[in-house]
Ligand binder design. Structure first.
Ligand SMILES: *[C@@H]1O[C@H](CO)[C@@H](O)[C@H](O)[C@H]1NC(C)=O
Ligand SMILES: *[C@@H]1O[C@H](CO)[C@@H](O)[C@H](O)[C@H]1NC(C)=O
Ligand SMILES: *[C@@H]1O[C@H](CO)[C@@H](O)[C@H](O)[C@H]1NC(C)=O
Ligand SMILES: *[C@@H]1O[C@H](CO)[C@@H](O)[C@H](O)[C@H]1NC(C)=O
Ligand SMILES: *[C@@H]1O[C@H](CO)[C@@H](O)[C@H](O)[C@H]1NC(C)=O
Length: 418
Protein backbone atom coordinates (compact mmCIF):
# COMPACT_ATOMS: atom_id res chain seq x y z
CA UNK A 1 0.00 0.00 0.00
CA UNK A 2 2.84 2.34 0.84
CA UNK A 3 6.12 2.35 -1.04
CA UNK A 4 8.52 -0.12 0.51
CA UNK A 5 11.21 1.30 2.74
CA UNK A 6 14.56 1.32 1.04
CA UNK A 7 17.05 0.61 3.77
CA UNK A 8 17.27 -2.68 5.63
CA UNK A 9 19.45 -1.50 8.45
CA UNK A 10 17.99 -0.59 11.80
CA UNK A 11 19.66 1.71 14.30
CA UNK A 12 21.47 -0.12 17.05
CA UNK A 13 22.67 3.16 18.53
CA UNK A 14 20.09 5.87 18.98
CA UNK A 15 21.28 9.30 17.81
CA UNK A 16 21.81 11.78 20.61
CA UNK A 17 19.15 14.41 20.11
CA UNK A 18 16.12 12.12 19.78
CA UNK A 19 17.47 10.30 22.82
CA UNK A 20 17.51 13.52 24.78
CA UNK A 21 14.06 14.33 23.52
CA UNK A 22 12.78 10.95 24.65
CA UNK A 23 14.40 11.47 28.03
CA UNK A 24 12.78 14.88 28.40
CA UNK A 25 9.46 13.45 27.30
CA UNK A 26 9.68 10.66 29.87
CA UNK A 27 10.51 13.20 32.54
CA UNK A 28 7.50 15.24 31.46
CA UNK A 29 5.41 12.08 31.63
CA UNK A 30 6.59 11.31 35.16
CA UNK A 31 5.81 14.89 36.11
CA UNK A 32 2.33 14.59 34.62
CA UNK A 33 1.67 11.35 36.45
CA UNK A 34 2.56 13.11 39.68
CA UNK A 35 0.13 15.95 39.04
CA UNK A 36 -2.50 13.40 37.95
CA UNK A 37 -5.75 13.67 39.88
CA UNK A 38 -6.09 11.39 42.90
CA UNK A 39 -8.89 8.77 42.72
CA UNK A 40 -11.12 10.99 44.88
CA UNK A 41 -10.62 13.87 42.48
CA UNK A 42 -11.47 11.82 39.38
CA UNK A 43 -14.75 12.85 37.85
CA UNK A 44 -17.60 10.47 38.60
CA UNK A 45 -20.21 8.86 36.38
CA UNK A 46 -23.57 10.41 37.18
CA UNK A 47 -26.53 8.09 36.49
CA UNK A 48 -29.31 9.33 34.30
CA UNK A 49 -32.30 10.92 35.98
CA UNK A 50 -35.70 10.73 34.34
CA UNK A 51 -36.40 14.41 34.92
CA UNK A 52 -35.13 16.30 31.92
CA UNK A 53 -34.87 13.13 29.85
CA UNK A 54 -34.82 15.15 26.65
CA UNK A 55 -31.22 16.19 27.32
CA UNK A 56 -29.99 12.61 27.00
CA UNK A 57 -29.01 11.01 23.72
CA UNK A 58 -30.51 7.58 22.96
CA UNK A 59 -28.82 4.76 24.99
CA UNK A 60 -27.28 7.24 27.44
CA UNK A 61 -27.20 5.87 31.00
CA UNK A 62 -25.85 9.07 32.42
CA UNK A 63 -23.03 11.50 32.04
CA UNK A 64 -19.56 12.16 33.33
CA UNK A 65 -19.55 14.77 36.06
CA UNK A 66 -18.68 18.11 34.51
CA UNK A 67 -17.78 16.38 31.22
CA UNK A 68 -14.46 14.71 30.45
CA UNK A 69 -12.50 14.58 27.21
CA UNK A 70 -11.85 10.84 27.25
CA UNK A 71 -9.50 11.20 24.27
CA UNK A 72 -7.01 13.26 26.28
CA UNK A 73 -4.93 11.00 28.46
CA UNK A 74 -2.06 8.55 28.50
CA UNK A 75 -1.26 4.86 28.12
CA UNK A 76 -0.73 2.88 31.33
CA UNK A 77 0.79 -0.60 31.53
CA UNK A 78 -1.80 -2.91 33.09
CA UNK A 79 -0.96 -6.58 32.98
CA UNK A 80 -3.71 -7.45 35.45
CA UNK A 81 -6.65 -6.29 33.33
CA UNK A 82 -5.24 -6.42 29.80
CA UNK A 83 -5.74 -7.93 27.29
CA UNK A 84 -9.53 -8.04 27.58
CA UNK A 85 -9.52 -11.45 25.80
CA UNK A 86 -6.92 -13.84 24.41
CA UNK A 87 -6.19 -14.06 20.69
CA UNK A 88 -6.76 -17.83 20.82
CA UNK A 89 -10.17 -17.38 22.50
CA UNK A 90 -11.65 -15.34 19.66
CA UNK A 91 -12.16 -17.43 16.50
CA UNK A 92 -13.42 -14.42 14.51
CA UNK A 93 -10.12 -12.57 14.12
CA UNK A 94 -9.08 -12.59 10.47
CA UNK A 95 -5.61 -14.11 9.88
CA UNK A 96 -4.37 -10.67 8.82
CA UNK A 97 -4.64 -9.62 12.49
CA UNK A 98 -3.63 -12.70 14.52
CA UNK A 99 -0.09 -11.62 15.37
CA UNK A 100 0.71 -14.28 17.98
CA UNK A 101 -0.36 -17.07 15.64
CA UNK A 102 2.00 -15.60 13.04
CA UNK A 103 4.99 -15.62 15.32
CA UNK A 104 5.06 -12.26 17.06
CA UNK A 105 7.51 -12.88 19.93
CA UNK A 106 6.37 -10.13 22.34
CA UNK A 107 3.02 -9.50 24.06
CA UNK A 108 3.50 -6.15 25.69
CA UNK A 109 1.43 -4.45 22.99
CA UNK A 110 -1.64 -6.18 24.50
CA UNK A 111 -1.08 -4.82 27.97
CA UNK A 112 -1.76 -1.11 27.72
CA UNK A 113 -4.84 0.61 29.11
CA UNK A 114 -5.97 4.09 28.06
CA UNK A 115 -6.28 6.42 31.02
CA UNK A 116 -8.07 9.72 30.36
CA UNK A 117 -6.65 12.64 32.34
CA UNK A 118 -9.81 13.70 34.15
CA UNK A 119 -11.88 10.56 34.58
CA UNK A 120 -11.79 6.77 34.39
CA UNK A 121 -13.35 4.95 31.47
CA UNK A 122 -16.32 2.81 32.49
CA UNK A 123 -15.41 -0.89 32.23
CA UNK A 124 -16.58 -2.60 29.07
CA UNK A 125 -19.61 -4.69 30.04
CA UNK A 126 -20.57 -7.23 27.36
CA UNK A 127 -23.88 -8.08 29.05
CA UNK A 128 -24.92 -4.46 29.12
CA UNK A 129 -23.91 -4.01 25.49
CA UNK A 130 -25.89 -7.05 24.34
CA UNK A 131 -28.92 -6.16 26.48
CA UNK A 132 -28.85 -2.70 24.93
CA UNK A 133 -28.67 -4.19 21.44
CA UNK A 134 -31.58 -6.59 22.10
CA UNK A 135 -33.74 -6.59 18.96
CA UNK A 136 -31.35 -4.08 17.39
CA UNK A 137 -28.56 -3.75 14.87
CA UNK A 138 -25.16 -2.16 15.25
CA UNK A 139 -23.17 -1.63 12.07
CA UNK A 140 -19.63 -0.54 11.29
CA UNK A 141 -19.30 1.02 7.82
CA UNK A 142 -15.98 1.78 6.18
CA UNK A 143 -12.61 0.26 5.41
CA UNK A 144 -10.38 -2.52 6.79
CA UNK A 145 -9.61 -0.47 9.91
CA UNK A 146 -13.29 -0.31 10.74
CA UNK A 147 -13.43 -4.04 10.02
CA UNK A 148 -10.76 -4.45 12.69
CA UNK A 149 -12.85 -2.47 15.16
CA UNK A 150 -15.92 -4.55 14.26
CA UNK A 151 -13.92 -7.74 14.89
CA UNK A 152 -12.69 -6.40 18.21
CA UNK A 153 -16.30 -5.63 19.20
CA UNK A 154 -17.36 -9.19 18.32
CA UNK A 155 -14.43 -10.57 20.33
CA UNK A 156 -15.43 -8.44 23.32
CA UNK A 157 -19.02 -9.74 23.15
CA UNK A 158 -18.89 -13.33 21.99
CA UNK A 159 -17.46 -15.03 25.09
CA UNK A 160 -20.69 -14.59 27.07
CA UNK A 161 -22.75 -16.20 24.27
CA UNK A 162 -22.94 -20.03 24.10
CA UNK A 163 -21.53 -21.58 20.88
CA UNK A 164 -24.88 -22.56 19.36
CA UNK A 165 -26.43 -19.13 20.04
CA UNK A 166 -24.18 -17.10 17.75
CA UNK A 167 -23.18 -17.04 14.11
CA UNK A 168 -21.01 -15.11 11.67
CA UNK A 169 -22.10 -14.81 8.05
CA UNK A 170 -20.47 -13.08 5.10
CA UNK A 171 -22.44 -11.99 2.06
CA UNK A 172 -20.45 -9.77 -0.31
CA UNK A 173 -19.83 -6.40 1.34
CA UNK A 174 -21.82 -7.31 4.45
CA UNK A 175 -20.59 -9.41 7.39
CA UNK A 176 -23.12 -10.15 10.14
CA UNK A 177 -22.48 -11.47 13.63
CA UNK A 178 -25.73 -12.60 15.27
CA UNK A 179 -26.37 -13.12 18.97
CA UNK A 180 -29.48 -15.25 18.58
CA UNK A 181 -30.91 -15.13 22.11
CA UNK A 182 -30.66 -11.36 22.03
CA UNK A 183 -31.92 -11.09 18.45
CA UNK A 184 -29.06 -8.64 18.07
CA UNK A 185 -26.57 -8.20 15.26
CA UNK A 186 -23.19 -6.55 15.02
CA UNK A 187 -22.38 -5.96 11.36
CA UNK A 188 -19.63 -4.69 9.10
CA UNK A 189 -20.28 -3.14 5.69
CA UNK A 190 -17.33 -2.62 3.34
CA UNK A 191 -17.40 0.86 1.77
CA UNK A 192 -13.88 2.30 1.96
CA UNK A 193 -14.92 5.68 0.50
CA UNK A 194 -18.52 5.51 1.85
CA UNK A 195 -19.55 6.58 -1.66
CA UNK A 196 -19.64 4.19 -4.60
CA UNK A 197 -16.15 3.59 -5.97
CA UNK A 198 -14.19 1.23 -8.17
CA UNK A 199 -12.76 -0.29 -4.96
CA UNK A 200 -16.05 -1.62 -3.63
CA UNK A 201 -15.52 -5.32 -4.24
CA UNK A 202 -15.07 -6.75 -0.75
CA UNK A 203 -12.27 -9.04 -1.95
CA UNK A 204 -10.80 -7.73 -5.21
CA UNK A 205 -10.05 -4.06 -4.77
CA UNK A 206 -6.44 -3.63 -5.71
CA UNK A 207 -6.61 -1.33 -8.70
CA UNK A 208 -4.28 1.21 -10.21
CA UNK A 209 -6.88 3.97 -10.20
CA UNK A 210 -9.18 5.21 -7.48
CA UNK A 211 -12.44 6.56 -8.81
CA UNK A 212 -15.26 7.71 -6.55
CA UNK A 213 -18.71 8.63 -7.85
CA UNK A 214 -20.06 11.94 -6.60
CA UNK A 215 -23.51 11.86 -4.98
CA UNK A 216 -23.66 8.07 -4.85
CA UNK A 217 -24.09 7.51 -1.09
CA UNK A 218 -27.43 5.71 -1.50
CA UNK A 219 -25.72 2.95 -3.48
CA UNK A 220 -24.30 1.64 -0.20
CA UNK A 221 -26.61 3.55 2.12
CA UNK A 222 -29.61 1.41 1.18
CA UNK A 223 -27.89 -1.39 3.13
CA UNK A 224 -27.53 0.70 6.28
CA UNK A 225 -31.20 1.62 6.63
CA UNK A 226 -32.85 0.48 9.86
CA UNK A 227 -29.57 0.24 11.77
CA UNK A 228 -29.75 1.50 15.37
CA UNK A 229 -26.07 2.25 16.06
CA UNK A 230 -23.91 3.20 13.07
CA UNK A 231 -20.13 3.63 13.24
CA UNK A 232 -18.50 5.22 10.19
CA UNK A 233 -14.89 5.63 9.22
CA UNK A 234 -13.09 6.59 6.03
CA UNK A 235 -9.52 7.81 5.58
CA UNK A 236 -6.94 5.30 4.43
CA UNK A 237 -8.20 4.97 0.88
CA UNK A 238 -8.09 8.69 0.26
CA UNK A 239 -4.41 8.58 1.22
CA UNK A 240 -2.99 5.70 -0.82
CA UNK A 241 -0.86 8.05 -2.87
CA UNK A 242 -2.83 7.38 -6.03
CA UNK A 243 -4.74 10.27 -7.52
CA UNK A 244 -8.33 10.28 -6.39
CA UNK A 245 -10.64 10.90 -9.29
CA UNK A 246 -14.21 11.99 -8.84
CA UNK A 247 -16.68 10.81 -11.42
CA UNK A 248 -19.59 13.18 -11.92
CA UNK A 249 -22.49 11.34 -13.45
CA UNK A 250 -23.50 7.87 -14.51
CA UNK A 251 -21.71 5.22 -16.53
CA UNK A 252 -19.36 2.46 -15.52
CA UNK A 253 -15.98 3.17 -13.98
CA UNK A 254 -14.26 1.22 -16.78
CA UNK A 255 -15.74 3.41 -19.51
CA UNK A 256 -14.59 6.47 -17.64
CA UNK A 257 -11.02 5.24 -17.42
CA UNK A 258 -10.99 5.04 -21.20
CA UNK A 259 -13.01 8.15 -22.00
CA UNK A 260 -11.89 10.37 -19.11
CA UNK A 261 -15.19 12.28 -19.35
CA UNK A 262 -16.69 13.92 -16.31
CA UNK A 263 -13.62 13.17 -14.23
CA UNK A 264 -12.16 15.76 -11.88
CA UNK A 265 -9.10 15.48 -9.64
CA UNK A 266 -9.80 17.63 -6.59
CA UNK A 267 -7.50 18.17 -3.62
CA UNK A 268 -7.81 15.32 -1.12
CA UNK A 269 -9.35 17.66 1.44
CA UNK A 270 -12.07 18.72 -0.99
CA UNK A 271 -12.83 15.16 -2.03
CA UNK A 272 -12.95 14.10 1.63
CA UNK A 273 -15.27 17.01 2.49
CA UNK A 274 -17.59 15.97 -0.31
CA UNK A 275 -17.77 12.41 1.04
CA UNK A 276 -18.40 13.59 4.59
CA UNK A 277 -21.16 15.92 3.46
CA UNK A 278 -22.81 13.06 1.59
CA UNK A 279 -22.62 10.95 4.73
CA UNK A 280 -24.25 13.73 6.79
CA UNK A 281 -27.04 14.18 4.27
CA UNK A 282 -27.67 10.45 4.38
CA UNK A 283 -27.69 10.47 8.18
CA UNK A 284 -30.02 13.47 8.41
CA UNK A 285 -32.43 11.80 6.00
CA UNK A 286 -32.32 8.24 7.35
CA UNK A 287 -31.46 8.22 11.04
CA UNK A 288 -33.81 9.19 13.88
CA UNK A 289 -32.06 11.39 16.48
CA UNK A 290 -34.56 10.23 19.14
CA UNK A 291 -33.88 6.52 18.73
CA UNK A 292 -30.55 5.92 17.03
CA UNK A 293 -26.92 6.92 17.35
CA UNK A 294 -24.23 7.66 14.79
CA UNK A 295 -20.48 7.60 15.46
CA UNK A 296 -17.62 8.77 13.28
CA UNK A 297 -14.11 7.46 13.91
CA UNK A 298 -11.20 9.76 13.05
CA UNK A 299 -8.11 8.83 11.05
CA UNK A 300 -6.23 5.70 12.05
CA UNK A 301 -2.54 6.66 11.96
CA UNK A 302 0.17 4.55 10.35
CA UNK A 303 3.84 4.25 11.26
CA UNK A 304 5.81 3.76 8.10
CA UNK A 305 8.66 6.24 8.74
CA UNK A 306 10.83 5.88 11.84
CA UNK A 307 12.13 9.44 11.37
CA UNK A 308 8.69 10.64 12.44
CA UNK A 309 9.43 9.55 16.01
CA UNK A 310 13.18 10.20 15.99
CA UNK A 311 14.24 6.78 14.69
CA UNK A 312 16.71 6.12 11.90
CA UNK A 313 15.85 6.65 8.25
CA UNK A 314 14.61 3.59 6.44
CA UNK A 315 12.85 2.02 9.41
CA UNK A 316 9.16 1.68 10.15
CA UNK A 317 6.97 -0.07 12.74
CA UNK A 318 8.89 -3.31 12.26
CA UNK A 319 10.51 -4.48 15.54
CA UNK A 320 8.85 -1.68 17.51
CA UNK A 321 7.79 -2.93 20.94
CA UNK A 322 7.47 0.30 22.91
CA UNK A 323 5.07 3.23 22.73
CA UNK A 324 5.93 6.82 21.80
CA UNK A 325 6.17 8.80 25.01
CA UNK A 326 6.32 12.30 23.61
CA UNK A 327 2.82 13.54 24.46
CA UNK A 328 2.96 16.04 21.59
CA UNK A 329 3.69 13.40 18.96
CA UNK A 330 1.56 13.70 15.83
CA UNK A 331 2.66 11.49 12.92
CA UNK A 332 3.51 13.15 9.67
CA UNK A 333 1.04 10.93 7.84
CA UNK A 334 -2.08 12.09 9.63
CA UNK A 335 -3.07 15.25 7.97
CA UNK A 336 -4.21 17.97 10.31
CA UNK A 337 -5.99 19.41 7.29
CA UNK A 338 -8.25 16.33 7.19
CA UNK A 339 -8.92 16.70 10.91
CA UNK A 340 -9.96 20.28 10.21
CA UNK A 341 -12.37 19.11 7.52
CA UNK A 342 -13.87 16.59 9.95
CA UNK A 343 -14.26 19.26 12.60
CA UNK A 344 -15.91 21.72 10.20
CA UNK A 345 -18.33 19.24 8.71
CA UNK A 346 -19.16 17.07 11.72
CA UNK A 347 -19.69 19.85 14.21
CA UNK A 348 -20.78 22.61 11.87
CA UNK A 349 -23.18 21.11 9.40
CA UNK A 350 -25.13 18.20 10.89
CA UNK A 351 -28.66 18.24 12.27
CA UNK A 352 -28.31 14.76 13.79
CA UNK A 353 -25.82 14.69 16.67
CA UNK A 354 -22.86 12.55 15.58
CA UNK A 355 -20.57 11.24 18.29
CA UNK A 356 -16.93 11.69 17.38
CA UNK A 357 -14.38 9.02 18.27
CA UNK A 358 -11.16 11.01 18.19
CA UNK A 359 -8.73 8.07 18.22
CA UNK A 360 -6.02 9.63 16.03
CA UNK A 361 -3.70 11.06 18.64
CA UNK A 362 -3.96 8.24 21.16
CA UNK A 363 -3.32 5.68 18.44
CA UNK A 364 -0.42 7.72 17.12
CA UNK A 365 1.57 6.82 20.26
CA UNK A 366 1.18 3.11 19.44
CA UNK A 367 3.93 2.34 16.93
CA UNK A 368 4.19 -1.03 18.73
CA UNK A 369 0.62 -2.12 18.01
CA UNK A 370 0.72 -2.83 14.25
CA UNK A 371 0.60 -6.29 12.71
CA UNK A 372 3.97 -5.65 11.04
CA UNK A 373 5.25 -8.94 9.58
CA UNK A 374 3.16 -11.12 11.90
CA UNK A 375 0.14 -11.76 9.69
CA UNK A 376 -1.10 -13.85 6.83
CA UNK A 377 0.34 -12.45 3.61
CA UNK A 378 -1.88 -11.86 0.58
CA UNK A 379 0.72 -13.33 -1.74
CA UNK A 380 3.90 -15.36 -1.11
CA UNK A 381 6.93 -13.34 -0.10
CA UNK A 382 9.86 -12.97 -2.46
CA UNK A 383 13.41 -13.82 -1.31
CA UNK A 384 14.20 -10.08 -1.39
CA UNK A 385 11.32 -9.38 0.97
CA UNK A 386 12.26 -12.19 3.33
CA UNK A 387 15.79 -10.79 3.48
CA UNK A 388 14.38 -7.37 4.41
CA UNK A 389 11.33 -7.58 6.69
CA UNK A 390 11.00 -3.80 6.89
CA UNK A 391 9.96 -3.88 3.23
CA UNK A 392 6.80 -5.83 3.87
CA UNK A 393 5.86 -4.87 7.43
CA UNK A 394 2.22 -3.76 7.67
CA UNK A 395 2.31 -0.52 9.65
CA UNK A 396 -1.34 0.30 8.93
CA UNK A 397 -3.40 -2.45 10.55
CA UNK A 398 -3.43 -3.42 14.25
CA UNK A 399 -3.00 -6.75 16.05
CA UNK A 400 -5.98 -8.13 17.96
CA UNK A 401 -6.31 -8.15 20.89
CA UNK A 402 -4.74 -4.72 21.07
CA UNK A 403 -5.27 -1.08 20.31
CA UNK A 404 -8.68 -1.41 18.68
CA UNK A 405 -10.18 -2.87 21.86
CA UNK A 406 -9.50 0.55 23.34
CA UNK A 407 -11.40 2.18 20.49
CA UNK A 408 -14.37 0.04 21.52
CA UNK A 409 -13.95 0.93 25.18
CA UNK A 410 -14.17 4.54 24.05
CA UNK A 411 -17.20 3.74 21.89
CA UNK A 412 -18.77 2.03 24.91
CA UNK A 413 -18.02 5.06 27.10
CA UNK A 414 -19.50 7.46 24.54
CA UNK A 415 -22.56 5.32 23.87
CA UNK A 416 -23.56 5.17 27.53
CA UNK A 417 -21.98 8.36 28.89
CA UNK A 418 -21.88 10.71 25.89
C1 LIG B 1 14.45 -7.18 14.69
O1 LIG B 1 14.62 -7.87 15.90
C2 LIG B 1 15.20 -9.16 15.75
C3 LIG B 1 15.15 -9.86 17.08
O2 LIG B 1 15.48 -8.98 18.11
C4 LIG B 1 16.61 -9.01 15.22
O3 LIG B 1 17.19 -10.28 15.00
C5 LIG B 1 16.56 -8.28 13.88
O4 LIG B 1 17.85 -8.01 13.41
C6 LIG B 1 15.80 -6.98 14.01
N1 LIG B 1 15.57 -6.44 12.68
C7 LIG B 1 15.98 -5.27 12.30
C8 LIG B 1 15.67 -4.88 10.91
O5 LIG B 1 16.56 -4.51 13.07
C1 LIG C 1 -23.01 -5.43 33.48
O1 LIG C 1 -24.29 -5.04 33.04
C2 LIG C 1 -25.34 -5.86 33.53
C3 LIG C 1 -26.61 -5.46 32.80
O2 LIG C 1 -26.85 -4.09 32.93
C4 LIG C 1 -25.41 -5.69 35.03
O3 LIG C 1 -26.43 -6.50 35.56
C5 LIG C 1 -24.07 -6.08 35.65
O4 LIG C 1 -24.08 -5.81 37.03
C6 LIG C 1 -22.93 -5.31 35.00
N1 LIG C 1 -21.67 -5.87 35.44
C7 LIG C 1 -20.73 -5.13 36.00
C8 LIG C 1 -19.50 -5.85 36.40
O5 LIG C 1 -20.88 -3.94 36.19
C1 LIG D 1 -35.38 -8.91 15.90
O1 LIG D 1 -34.68 -7.70 15.59
C2 LIG D 1 -35.12 -7.08 14.39
C3 LIG D 1 -34.23 -5.85 14.18
O2 LIG D 1 -32.91 -6.23 14.08
C4 LIG D 1 -36.58 -6.69 14.52
O3 LIG D 1 -37.00 -6.13 13.28
C5 LIG D 1 -37.41 -7.91 14.85
O4 LIG D 1 -38.75 -7.51 15.09
C6 LIG D 1 -36.87 -8.60 16.08
N1 LIG D 1 -37.57 -9.87 16.28
C7 LIG D 1 -38.06 -10.24 17.47
C8 LIG D 1 -38.72 -11.56 17.52
O5 LIG D 1 -37.93 -9.53 18.45
C1 LIG E 1 -26.84 -11.61 -0.06
O1 LIG E 1 -27.13 -10.24 -0.32
C2 LIG E 1 -27.92 -10.04 -1.45
C3 LIG E 1 -28.00 -8.55 -1.75
O2 LIG E 1 -28.11 -7.80 -0.56
C4 LIG E 1 -29.31 -10.65 -1.21
O3 LIG E 1 -30.14 -10.45 -2.32
C5 LIG E 1 -29.12 -12.15 -0.95
O4 LIG E 1 -30.36 -12.73 -0.60
C6 LIG E 1 -28.12 -12.39 0.16
N1 LIG E 1 -27.81 -13.81 0.22
C7 LIG E 1 -27.87 -14.51 1.36
C8 LIG E 1 -27.48 -15.95 1.26
O5 LIG E 1 -28.21 -14.02 2.41
C1 LIG F 1 -8.82 15.32 18.14
O1 LIG F 1 -7.81 15.29 19.12
C2 LIG F 1 -6.63 15.98 18.72
C3 LIG F 1 -5.61 15.78 19.81
O2 LIG F 1 -6.16 15.90 21.06
C4 LIG F 1 -6.93 17.45 18.50
O3 LIG F 1 -5.78 18.11 18.06
C5 LIG F 1 -8.02 17.56 17.45
O4 LIG F 1 -8.39 18.91 17.28
C6 LIG F 1 -9.23 16.76 17.84
N1 LIG F 1 -10.16 16.80 16.74
C7 LIG F 1 -11.38 17.27 16.84
C8 LIG F 1 -12.18 17.30 15.58
O5 LIG F 1 -11.85 17.64 17.90
Amino acid sequence: MKPAALSSSFPKKVPLSPYLLTLLASMALIFFSIVQLSPEEQKKLIPRTESGTEKYLPFAMGEIEGGCDVFQGRWVRDESTRPLYEESDCPYIQPQLTCQEHGRPDKMYQQWRWQPNDCDLPSFNATLMLETLRGKRMMFVGDSLNRGQFTSMVCLLHSIIPPDAKSMEVNGSLTVFTAKEYNATVEFYWAPFLLESNSDDAVVHRLADRIVRQGSIDKHGQHWKGVDVLVFNTYLWWMTGLTIKILQGQGSFDDQIVRKDNIVRPKIEDAYRMAMRSMLEWVDKNMDPKKTRVFFTSMSPYHDKSEDWGGKAGGNCHNETSIIEDARYWGADCRKSIMRVIKEVLFGESKMPITFLNITQLSGYRKDAHTSIYKKQWSPLTPEQIANPVSYADCVHWCLPGLQDTWNELLFAKLFYP
